[in-house]
Design a binder for this molecule. Structure first.
Ligand code: NAP
Length: 310
């Protein structure tokens, strides 16, 4: 079994930032990358809102730079999907598909998975007009018509955000009532640029990687009629699922399943276990906020280990 003072699970901006800080603190961390190496940024195209890149940077390139920076200071990377964790044992024990690991401090940055519609064209055109992050990609569609799927607070917030750039925003919801809070609904109803298409299911996204999204196919679930809607983008805002399966029953979660930290820290209900990034963040979900909490987790882990005399 491989032992480390610090093991980090997750290879998104949170995990890599934790790795950069932990390795610069001479903790020689091991970073375990699982089924989505590099996290969601590796499936986006251009990132324009990460500070330090005034001309923008491609998502995969940004993640490669973070990886190089972590490796430079002594982070070891292993590709292994962890199957189970024993957080009652000291040191903690992690069992992966390829090996077993133990550590004195564990940093969790396993992220959250955006829910997707699972329709033809959606996966193929992700990064080419289909996006699960309006904050990240809205500005690419200045003065264009865009569509957004969902009916919750995220959808309403993102529709309002998109209306700052787009000439028109179609909010497409599968029912005749929004799930969002009243105040968010009112903001959408009052916004002249947003039109809600009720009782509509999206059947398909049309377009190509070369030309981007051209249209979506809708089905009215009351009349069963189908129609085409021309749009330059489809934003999918139908919720996220935090990746917490490994920690069920071990770490405290909130009512939506996100891991809970002691406010203002990355600490969990188990001393020595720290959490960063989207798996603990239902609100911001940005690369830069994930990186910020990754830094917090590494500093908290370092101080914890110092307290143990390790
Ligand atoms: P959510 O509340 O779970 O809403 C998801 C929406 O997507 C629902 O309207 C749902 O439709 C729709 N949906 C789900 N699966 C779908 C599918 N396969 N096809 C079409 N539509 C689908 O998720 P959320 O909006 O991301 O919010 C998550 C939590 O974060 C909530 O507690 C929310 O209040 C909170 N939040 C708060 C703020 C804020 O206060 N500023 C901002 C964002 C999020 P149905 O309604 O028909 O189920």
């Amino acid at each position: 079994m491989q032992h480390r003072k610090v093991i980090i699970i997750g290879s998104g901006p949170a995990g890599f930032t934790a790795a950069i800080y932990a390795s610069r603190a001479n903790l020689s961390p091991l970073l375990l990358r699982g089924p989505t190496p590099g996290g969601w940024l590796t499936i986006t195209t251009e990132v324009e809102n990460f500070p330090g890149f005034p001309k923008g940077v491609m998502g995969p390139e940004l993640m490669q730079l973070m990886e190089d920076q972590a490796a430079r200071f002594g982070t070891t990377l292993e590709v292994d999907t962890i199957q189970s964790v024993d957080l009652h044992a000291r040191p903690f024990v992690l069992t992966g598909e390829r090996g077993q690991y133990s550590c004195d401090a564990l940093i969790i940055g396993t992220g959250a998975t955006p829910r997707t519609l699972g329709i033809p064209g959606e996966k193929e055109l992700t990064g080419y007009g289909v996006s699960t992050c309006a904050t990240c990609d809205g500005a690419f569609f200045r003065n264009q018509v865009v569509a957004l799927a969902g009916g919750g607070d995220s959808a309403c917030e993102e529709a309002a955000f998109l209306s700052r750039f787009a000439s028109k925003v179609y909010l497409i919801h599968r029912r005749d009532q929004l799930r969002a809070s009243k105040i968010m609904q009112e903001r959408v109803f009052e916004n002249p640029k947003i039109e809600i298409l009720w009782n509509k299911e999206i059947l398909e996204v049309q377009g190509s990687k070369k030309e981007g999204v051209k249209a979506i196919v809708l089905r009215d679930n009351k009349s069963d009629e189908t129609s085409n809607l021309e749009t330059a983008a489809l934003f999918v805002a139908i919720g996220h699922v935090p990746n917490t399966n490994l920690f069920q029953g071990l770490l405290e979660t909130d009512s939506h399943g996100y891991l809970v930290t002691i406010p203002g820290t990355s600490k969990t209900n188990i001393p020595g276990v720290f959490v960063c990034g989207d798996v603990q963040d239902p609100v911001y979900r940005q690369a830069i906020t994930a990186a910020g909490t990754g830094c917090m987790a590494a500093i908290d882990a370092e101080r914890y280990l110092e307290g143990l005399g390790k």
